[in-house]
Write a protein that binds this ligand. Structure first.
Ligand code: ADP
Ligand code: MG
Length: 224
């Protein structure tokens, strides 16, 4: 589904270009649950931004279902971002002034869903993710684990091709981390949702079906 070929990227600091991604080759297949591990600063979030159509400043080729993404316009890229990928973050990134329901339905605003369809879809998802009674609460009225469940609902509500999760359990205790990883695993196994997950935590890797290691801007796939 996703194919990266010889991806290179550098950041400019003090008039010097610092390479951050060094000839990355990666294929992600439909239904993969891929973990990307590696030390802080090794380039994991930079790689996720590029895969998630947030960043277009890199060299090399990016194909999504055999379509070349590399030279798309900003406008096309933001369409891809809104329609083809869902994001989950360490700090949940819910909008504090909106209810859980309003947060979760945000991605549908771009797709012209009507009120009834939207309400039905949100109700189903909140129920499935175990927060069926939280729709009218504000994020701060929920625990961290519940907020992350809401963020996952928001990420999958418009059936994206894949989910990108950047250290989604980094702010959670061990028990809650395992609960959230089980949510991802269930979505992956029962609904075939493709997941690309960055984690520091070796415990969470056991939920995934592939793991790659990033070190100093390079990727290595390990047999497990
Ligand atoms: P990781 O997610 O693995 O911790 P990042 O992708 O966030 O790593 O960062 C990789 C490297 O790129 C780090 O050295 C970081 O300081 C640098 N970096 C990240 N974002 C920027 C930026 N916007 N400008 C300059 N340097 C950056
Ligand atoms: Mg990071």
């Amino acid at each position: 589904m996703i194919k990266l070929e010889k991806i290179r990227k550098a950041y400019k600091a003090d008039n010097e270009w610092i390479p951050v991604l060094k000839n990355i080759d990666l294929e992600v297949h439909k239904g993969d649950f891929l973990a990307i591990m590696g030390p802080s600063g090794s380039g994991k979030s930079t790689l996720l931004n590029l895969i998630g159509f947030v960043d277009r400043k890199y060299l090399g080729n990016y194909y999504l279902e055999n379509e070349i993404i590399t030279s798309k316009s900003d406008n096309d890229l933001s369409k891809l971002r809104n329609q083809r990928v869902g994001f989950v973050f360490q700090q949940f990134n819910l909008i504090e002034t909106l209810t859980i329901r309003e947060n979760v339905e945000l991605p549908l605003l771009y797709d012209g869903w009507n009120y009834r369809q939207t309400k039905k879809r949100v109700d189903e998802l909140l129920e499935k993710l175990g927060i069926g009674d939280k729709g009218n609460k504000l994020p701060k009225q929920l625990s961290g684990g519940q907020q992350q469940r809401a963020a996952i609902a928001r990420a999958i509500i418009n059936n994206p091709d894949f989910i990108i999760a950047d250290e989604p359990t980094g702010a959670l205790d061990t028990k809650t981390s395992n609960d959230i990883m089980n949510v991802f695993k269930q979505l992956n196994q029962e609904e075939g949702v493709t997941i690309i997950l960055v984690t520091h935590d070796p415990e969470t890797v056991q939920f995934c079906n592939r793991v790659v290691h990033m070190h100093d801007g390079k990727l290595n796939e390990k047999a497990r």
